[in-house]
Write a protein that binds this ligand. Structure first.
Ligand code: 5GP
Ligand code: MG
Length: 187
């Protein structure tokens, strides 16, 4: 499998990601099957665009799909504190089960503001489905809403990673795998 010259190491291949996405989708389908309350899957733009596209196609339930955008990163590799919601939902989530789909949870700042925002909009529960989780870097302990559940694809070591939706300075999102970016690229 060929990888980009700026990728130091591939952490998860396209096949590994696709296998894990199928498992998460089946877990979500089991957990929400028969829910009398509508389910809305919300992708955090732009990083989650491939993950949400793949996972919703494997969820075997009626779900609505929407996007939200939060800005925290500039063009660097370190989070810049409390993010701002720069593009909000189109769907009314009042009284519904929301599953927030993220590319990666790092400090937890983005997730905790998004969860509070969705709670304010009256979601009956907020679950989180993140492809990657970097628990070593957590600063904020987010709290799910209602009966919300936490799903994660893989635990990510403390490297700056790109691919499968994740960028550095808006590039590398289209790589089909997740890899570690050579530090020379951003230093
Ligand atoms: P947090 O607010 O949890 O610190 O950061 C969450 C956001 O920062 C993620 O949704 C993602 O967009 C970005 N982020 C955190 N770690 C990485 C990483 O290793 N690579 C990339 N490309 N983005 C990251
Ligand atoms: Mg993100």
């Amino acid at each position: 499998m060929g990888s980009d010259a700026n990728i130091e190491r591939v952490l998860w291949t396209e096949e590994e990601i696709s296998g894990r996405v199928a498992e998460l989708a089946s877990q979500i389908s089991d957990d929400f099957r028969g829910s009398p309350v509508p389910v809305v899957v919300v992708g955090v733009a732009t990083g989650a665009f491939l993950f949400i596209a793949d996972i919703v196609r494997k969820i075997t339930l009626p779900v609505a799909v929407d996007f939200i955008r939060a800005e925290s990163y500039g063009s660097g590799t370190e989070s810049s504190g409390v993010p701002r919601i720069s593009s909000d939902l189109k769907i009314d989530i009042g009284g519904k089960h929301v599953i927030l789909v993220e590319d990666i949870v790092d400090t937890g700042n983005t997730l905790s503001s998004l969860i509070s925002h969705l709670e304010t909009k009256g979601a009956s529960s907020v679950s989180v489905c993140t492809l990657l989780d970097k628990p070593a870097r957590r600063q904020v302990h987010f709290k799910l809403v209602g009966e919300g559940k936490f799903y994660r694809g893989f635990e990510c070591p403390d490297y700056f990673v790109v691919g499968y939706g994740m960028d550095y300075d808006e590039l590398y999102r289209n790589l089909p795998y997740v890899g570690v970016l050579r530090p020379e690229v951003y230093k």
